[in-house]
Design a protein around this ligand. Structure first.
Ligand SMILES: Cc1cc2nc3c(=O)[nH]c(=O)nc-3n(C[C@H](O)[C@H](O)[C@H](O)COP(=O)(O)OP(=O)(O)OC[C@H]3O[C@@H](n4cnc5c(N)ncnc54)[C@H](O)[C@@H]3O)c2cc1C
Length: 522
């Protein structure tokens, strides 16, 4: 019997099985979906276990055509520099900074990992997927100004946020965001913060780069136009997963067995989790929220703006609907987007089915779903208001940020589809979550990612968490620890607690990725 010495029991069992008759279709790992999450996990695993056999299935004909595509998300490298929903005000008036610090840590891990991939020549041309762009917050009204001031003071205490500037001075703010100030009334009470080391990320480009490398590796097969239609535990006593896969071009169906499966199917993940039928997945449901942008088509206006400017969400709005005026770089072209406007569609994927929502209802999640609906009437009201918006209403929302905006300079585009997580809650029966939920089977042979926020920016930390759960034995070995530290020098440490290390790794990642770096004083 051949066994891998490096690998834990699930893979040893798989190699043993290669001696039996089911053999040719055996694969150690299956990744479902070719978005940024599967790409990131694939890169990690192939670097950690170069001999590993990985099969990747994607229902569309290209990688990153759903949420990970540049036009389907906002491309913000979420570091909590400008996103006010990550720093809520507590009932006592102080600012809760815990989420912001965590998100900033996660993004630094992502940058380190991407820098490693570039240095090792696994992906090239970082300028095609990441660039520096100042991250700014902008608010109006005395109450919001007070909030932003307190937020700035609170964040300045943390090394991760050093260098963030605050101003209530109109001339300064005009320098930072001239377009936002054009046509603004003199008596407006406003404030802004500016963090020069923010980023704009083309997650689609990055994902495709990673798949391009993966596709060239021995023992890695990427099947586009293939949908995983069903999955369940194999009944042959091997502890494997049996997947049913359909070739969408020929209609041909096949079966495959895998020792480990990652369901990274974005909005398609919930259906597959339900089919896998693991006890850990009981009670989970999904609520789809679609989005739209206004895309600027006037090159003169696009040229005048050079920042990501985030505002405050309106009352009842879900956290991901915070409006922002975003400079983007997509396919080498500077773009300007405003939004997102939230919407409602029963689809779970942009290229999904209108029956997705109804098909996701099961006996075990109907109660949490109804309870979440009941307790989120504010969101329902907000979504109805958003869906029934006229073009004039949308222009009004845009004018709050760009007072001189004219409808003829903007066109409406559809953004990606998000499926917010609904889960059981002891007190309320069910609750709606706006974050990401990693679910894994107790034996570590299956992991599923639900939800979409903070999303692609944190793919690296999410996949580390996955490996800690599902590759618990391997990750403790000296070999994995060493390799992970080579990939992410701060692995296992908190940069916010270690300003010296923060300065060092930030400078290194920024240099390799060609980003503006902040000069840390030590
Ligand atoms: C409007 C919007 C704005 C966002 N803004 C940001 C942002 O500014 N910054 C940020 O970091 N994140 C942002 N996000 C979140 C981010 O886009 C997602 O978290 C991330 O792209 C999810 O990647 P994924 O790989 O999980 O899913 P996806 O990119 O959606 O990939 C899943 C893939 O699985 C495939 N698939 C589905 N079902 C099956 C099946 N049964 N068989 C085979 N293949 C299947 C799909 O076709 C798809 O290609 C935003 C999202 C949205 C919608």
């Amino acid at each position: 019997m051949i066994t891998f010495t490096l690998l834990g029991s699930k893979f040893a069992a798989s190699t043993t099985l290669q001696m039996s008759s089911a053999i040719q279709k055996e694969h150690e790992i299956v990744l479902i979906g070719a978005g940024i999450m599967s790409a990131t996990l694939g890169m990690f695993l192939k670097e950690l276990m170069p001999d590993l056999k990985i099969n990747i299935y994607e229902r569309l004909d290209v990688a990153a055509a759903e949420s990970s595509d540049a036009w389907n998300n906002a491309g913000t490298g979420h570091s909590a520099f400008c996103e006010l929903n990550y720093t809520p005000e507590k009932p006592d008036g102080s600012i809760d900074t815990s989420k912001a610090v965590k998100i900033a840590e996660w993004f630094e891990a992502s940058k380190q990992f991407w820098a490693y991939l570039v240095e090792k020549n696994l992906i090239t041309k970082p300028e095609d997927f990441v660039r520096s762009i100042p991250h700014m917050s902008f608010v109006w009204g005395a109450e919001n100004v007070e909030y932003l001031k307190k937020r700035h003071e609170a964040l300045q205490k943390f090394p991760l946020f050093k260098g963030m500037q605050y101003s209530e001075d109109k001339a300064t703010i005009k320098q930072w965001m001239p377009l936002v100030m054009e046509g603004r009334k003199d008596d407006d009470v406003i404030a802004a913060t500016n963090m020069p080391i923010g980023t704009d990320v083309n997650f689609g480009e990055l994902t495709r780069d990673m798949f391009a490398w993966l596709g060239k590796q021995p023992n890695v097969n990427i099947y586009f136009g293939h949908e995983v239609t069903n999955m369940r535990r194999s009944r042959n006593g091997s502890n494997k997963w049996k997947l049913k896969i359909k070739d969408l071009n020929t209609g041909e169906k096949k079966r495959e067995y895998a020792s480990f499966v990652f369901i990274g199917a974005g909005g398609g993940s919930l259906h597959l989790l339900e089919k896998a039928d693991i006890p850990e997945g009981n009670g989970f449901g999904g609520f789809p929220v679609s989005g739209q942008w206004l895309k600027c088509v006037n090159p003169e206006i696009i040229e005048k703006h050079n920042a990501k400017v985030y505002g405050k969400a309106s009352v009842g709005a879900p956290p991901m609907s915070v409006p922002h005026v975003d400079t983007r770089m997509i396919n080498g072209k500077k773009e300007l987007l405003f939004g997102p406007y939230a919407g409602f569609s029963t689809k779970f994927l942009k290229q999904g089915s209108y029956f997705d929502l109804t098909n996701s209802i099961r006996l075990n999640n109907i109660k949490p779903m109804l309870a979440a609906g009941y307790h989120n009437m504010g969101l329902t009201k907000y979504l109805i208001q958003q869906v029934t918006q006229s073009p004039e209403d949308r222009l009004e929302a845009l004018k709050e940020y760009l007072p001189d905006a004219k409808m003829e300079d903007w066109v409406l585009e559809t953004a990606g589809q998000r499926v917010q997580v609904i889960k059981k809650d002891e007190k309320e029966g069910g609750k709606l979550e706006f974050g990401t939920e990693m679910i894994s089977s107790a034996d570590g042979t299956l992991a599923v990612l639900l939800g979409a926020s903070p999303g692609a920016s944190t793919a690296v930390s999410i996949m580390l968490e996955l490996m800690e759960k599902c590759f618990a034995d391997e990750i403790k070995t000296g070999a994995w620890q060493q390799k992970l530290t080579a990939m992410i020098p701060s692995y296992g440490q908190l940069l916010n607690d270690n300003p010296e290390m923060l300065a060092k790794v930030r400078q290194h990642s920024d240099e390799v990725l060609g980003l503006t770096s902040f000069q840390h004083e030590n």
